[in-house]
Design a protein around this ligand. Sequence first.
Ligand code: DGP
Length: 121
Amino acid sequence: MMSYDPSNIFARILRGELPCKKIAEDDHTLAFEDISPQMPVHILVIPKGNYVDWSDFASNASQEEHSAFTKMIGHVANLAGINDSGYRIISNIGNDGHQEVRHLHIHVLGGAAIGPMVSQR
Ligand code: DGP
């Protein structure tokens, strides 16, 4: 796993150096709109702590951070009104996972039928 780089784009959003379209926030978690949405609803949920990816978060985050992160994903799906129609959550991790921003994030995607789980290579 790469070490955390505090100059990554989501760290800059968390510090208020870059704007975002905020959806929801609590002490440990921020949710905002993806800048280049792949679906009618495309929300990113990130922990406020400096975690590179899921493995880093799993090993090093507190119970409170875990709980807040999990709840926020369901909360923004509720806010976006996609619970009944359905949605998908994705976290891209590392090189094989095609993770571009090295601060843990969950994509919440919905608002239309997404199709099969993974596109064929
Ligand atoms: P990933 O490949 O999983 O690391 O996805 C990174 C996502 O971050 C991608 O869907 C586009 C989004 N993104 C990149 N830069 C910005 C930004 O400055 N603001 C917002 N809101 N989203 C961004």
